[in-house]
Design a protein around this ligand. Structure first.
Ligand SMILES: [Zn+2]
Length: 115
């Protein structure tokens, strides 16, 4: 239940933020989720609904923005989308690269507040 513990920590974080803003009601949470974060989107969505029950965030919506993997190609000297999830190489010249610029994100991007 990896996703459930993640959902709980997202909710705790959002609750703290809502309290800091004067006990506002949260209607939605925007989350950035990298393709390499190891988190299954669908599982996280259903865990979120479950974990929200009985909290101040009950009824709020989790909106997930999936971020593709971007690597840095040392040959092209440019950021490029990775050619596959297992093999990080430049899609144009095929140069393998260990440098991952994007794809590991798991972060709270924004909160929508109910007026
Ligand atoms: Zn390249």
């Amino acid at each position: 239940m990896h996703e459930l513990s993640i959902a709980i920590s997202i909710i705790e974080l959002a609750q703290e933020e809502a309290e800091r803003r004067g006990d506002v009601r949260v209607s939605a949470i925007h989350l950035k989720l990298g393709m390499l974060s190891g988190v299954a989107k669908e599982a996280l969505l259903s865990s979120y609904d479950l974990a929200c029950e009985g909290t101040a965030l009950e009824g709020s919506e989790l909106i997930i923005e999936e971020l593709p993997i971007v690597v840095y190609c040392p040959k092209c000297e440019l950021p490029k989308p990775a050619s596959s999830i297992e093999w990080f190489s430049c899609p144009e010249c095929g140069t393998p690269t260990p440098e991952i610029l994007q794809g590991k994100e798991l972060e709270l991007a924004a909160m929508e507040i109910l007026e």
